[in-house]
Ligand binder design. Structure first.
Ligand code: DP6
Length: 321
């Protein structure tokens, strides 16, 4: 009746942007991400027969439960239980930190919801469940480097899977935070508008699988430079397709931070940028370069602070308090 789970955000090195045709929120392109240690979402699900509707408390405040209910409804149908739930979820990192709390949030929710409904811990099933509500969250079920295939237009199960463990590559992710404001366009609506309006969406769909394959190959070969080049291309092409539809996530400081990453590279440091559906710049570096690159990024005009993260574990159950 009650279960608690924890999960961590992930950052895509090869981006998911756009949905496949079909009913099940499957991605139009394959993606590959790294799950991050340190930053944690903790979610408790308690079934309560006295509730008429699901209730969501997000960081201590009641919040819109629509997407939470969509996930819970699927889990309830699977378990043959109709009881509504109280969901209490907290992030130990600010939602405006530039790290999608939705990925860790729906991953933790999928694990806790299944457990509260008496279903066994099963990362693949939880990943498929999470994916149907928010596709990037499917990847946070697993630790280290994780991939999610594109959909094939059917309703078949589509969980993410681990490509390599966290220890595989000595990678660090530095998040150059450029604003405290929440983002203005959600990823869901940003990608749907891109698909509907961008003349470059077809080009994105055509080329994204190539960058994904290159990210995967270079990751497995531990070729950090090739990995960084492909990851930066994937992110910039995703944004180019979005910008052509009028969806601009960049702010001035985003462009300044991107320029600093390129300046560092010209000066001989292997640093690469990736940017999600928001204005913050995530810099991929190797561990020995972390301090120098963090200092350089902190000095960029408009960068408010720099967070540091590294590859970490997948989602798990915790003892209820
Ligand atoms: C830019 O997973 O948030 O972070 O499936 O509609 O919930 P929905 O979208 P979401 O999109 C994430 C987009 C991205 C790239 C990525 O994480 O691969």
């Amino acid at each position: 009746m009650r279960a608690v789970a924890e999960a961590h955000p992930n950052i895509a090195l090869a981006k998911y942007w756009g949905k496949a045709a079909g009913p099940a929120n499957a991605p139009a392109v394959p993606s590959l991400s790294v799950t991050l240690a340190g930053l944690t979402t903790i979610t408790e699900v308690e079934l309560d027969p006295s509730l008429q509707a699901d209730v969501l408390l997000l960081n201590g405040r009641e919040a819109d439960a629509t997407r939470v209910t969509s996930l819970l409804d699927r889990a309830r149908a699977h378990a043959g239980i109709r009881t509504k739930a109280r969901v209490v979820t907290t992030n130990d990192f600010p939602t405006s930190a530039g790290l999608a709390s939705s990925a860790s949030g729906f991953a933790a929710l999928a694990v806790a919801a299944r457990a509260a409904l008496g279903l066994p811990f099963d990362p693949a099933r939880a990943s498929d469940l999470a994916r149907r509500t928010s596709a990037s969250s499917a990847r946070s079920l697993y630790g280290g480097f994780v991939e999610l295939d594109a959909g094939d237009g059917t309703d078949r199960d589509l969980p993410a899977r681990e490509v390599a463990p966290a220890s595989h590559l000595d990678l660090r992710v530095l998040v150059a935070v450029t604003t405290e404001a929440e983002k203005d366009e959600s990823s869901t609506s940003g990608m749907n508008l891109t698909a509907a309006k961008s003349p470059y969406y077809a080009a994105w769909l055509e080329h994204a699988p190539t960058w994904y394959r290159e990210v995967r190959r270079s990751l497995l070969a531990r070729d950090f430079e090739a990995l960084g080049v492909a990851a930066e291309q994937s992110a910039l092409a995703m944004h180019a397709s979005a910008i052509a539809a009028g969806i601009v996530y960049f702010r001035g400081a985003t462009v300044e931070a991107l320029a600093e990453v390129r300046r560092l590279r010209r000066a001989g440091t292997l640093a690469f940028a990736t940017i999600d559906a928001g204005p913050h710049v995530k810099v991929l570096v190797r561990a020995p370069d972390e301090d120098a690159v963090a200092a350089a990024m902190s000095a960029v005009p408009g960068v408010l602070r720099v967070l540091r993260a590294q590859p970490g574990p997948g989602a798990s159950l915790r003892e209820p308090r």
